[in-house]
Ligand binder design. Structure first.
Ligand code: ADP
Ligand code: MG
Length: 348
């Protein structure tokens, strides 16, 4: 298993337009790590730098403590799976999966064994002699994965590998890729713009925006305790509330004073900040109390498993989701409360 240490990696393709601001990141051996961010934020560039396909302007990369920044791609023992699969259409599944091993000069016995193992792992053992165009999109994706696995890489790099598949297949493949990464004890770095993919699969993830890692942590941590507005909004729906920090450390908004979650960020008294709360962390209060506030119901959407409610809290639009909604009519004034520990002070 390989750990990856990225120190001060920077890149611009065009002078004055930085794509990666100096990036520092350590990925543990055996970790399934995600780079999550919107299109154009620099995810693929960082992945390609790790693979040795793009040269960084500055900084260093170490695999297991060994400096590999200038090592050619083929010497890194890193295998990449691309979004468009990049398979050879005129070759069989077997030959596609064998491709890298042949290029390395592996002998036939080794090639047969590694290809068979890899096809077994992706559940395509029966398809070895098929041609690529005869396979479904999901099967082609599995071939691309098998080709990477057959190289027995120390590091598996995946760049939006599931984005060409339909939703149902994507769901199955998420589980499959995680199973395979864990079974082979791989260190894997997975790039996606899909928050559900990252939240459901990652051991840890980095949220990336404009060439900067905004936050790194476990999925629950990044979702529940976002450090800034971008992370809060990119990982899910969020209500943003402006206010001030009071003498006793409460958050004062124009519709009430509330306890902030105990996070590492402790803004000083009097500071104007924005706080975030997720819609599922606001509840209908049983009765008016010290920590409740009133808001007028403005809209309601029934979604089956839950209901989305829109409120006006003294001029501020709030979104609330609740699974067991009480009967309320548009225009009703309701008493609401925040789940304690879920109102997050944001750093920007
Ligand atoms: P992501 O994978 O997050 O969508 P990329 O790393 O592909 O982001 O791209 C980041 C930025 O760098 C984008 O603005 C993109 O247009 C630009 N870019 C990517 N590759 C190249 C290249 N080979 N030459 C010039 N600009 C590039
Ligand atoms: Mg990309």
């Amino acid at each position: 298993m390989t750990s990856v240490t990225i120190t001060g990696i920077s890149k611009s393709y065009q002078a004055g337009v930085p794509v990666l601001k100096p990036i520092d990141l350590t990925i543990q051996a055996g970790e399934l790590f995600f780079l999550l961010g919107p299109s154009g934020c620099g995810k693929s560039t960082l992945l390609r730098i790790l693979a040795g396909l793009v040269e960084p302007d500055g900084g260093s990369i170490r695999f297991n403590g060994r400096e590999i920044t200038r090592l050619p791609a083929e010497k890194r023992r890193a295998a990449m799976v691309f979004q468009n699969y990049a398979l050879w259409p005129h070759l069989t599944v077997f030959e596609n999966v064998a491709f890298g091993l042949r290029a390395e000069g592996a002998d036939n016995a080794k090639i047969r064994k590694e290809v068979a193992d890899a096809l077994e792992l992706v559940q395509l053992a029966d398809c070895a002699e098929r041609k690529i165009p005869s396979l479904s999109g999901g099967q082609q994706q599995r071939v691309a994965l098998a080709r990477a696995l057959a190289m027995r890489p120390d590091l598996l790099l995946l760049d939006e590998p599931l984005s060409n598949l339909d939703a149902r297949l994507r769901d199955t493949m998420r589980r499959e890729i995680r199973r395979i990464a864990k079974e082979r004890e791989l260190t894997a770095i997975y790039v996606t713009h899909d928050r559900q993919e990252a939240l459901s699969m990652a051991d840890r993830l980095a949220v990336m925006h404009q060439g900067i890692l905004q936050q790194v942590g476990a999925p629950e941590e990044v979702y529940n305790l976002p450090v800034n507005r971008f992370v809060a909004g990119f990982l899910g729906d969020a209500n943003f509330i402006d206010g001030t920090v009071t003498e006793n450390g409460l958050f004062r908004s124009h519709f009430g004073e509330f306890q902030l979650a105990p996070t590492a960020f402790r803004p000083e008294t009097g500071r104007k900040i924005t706080a975030a709360i997720r819609p599922e962390r606001i509840r209908f209060a049983a009765q008016k109390g010290a920590h409740t506030f009133s808001a007028k119901l403005t809209d309601r959407t029934f979604l089956g498993e839950c209901c989305e409610w829109k409120f006006d809290a003294d001029g501020l639009a709030l979104e609330v989701t609740e699974s067991a909604p009480p009967m309320r009519r548009i225009g009703d004034v309701c008493e609401l409360e925040f789940d304690p520990g879920h109102l997050i002070a944001l750093q920007g």
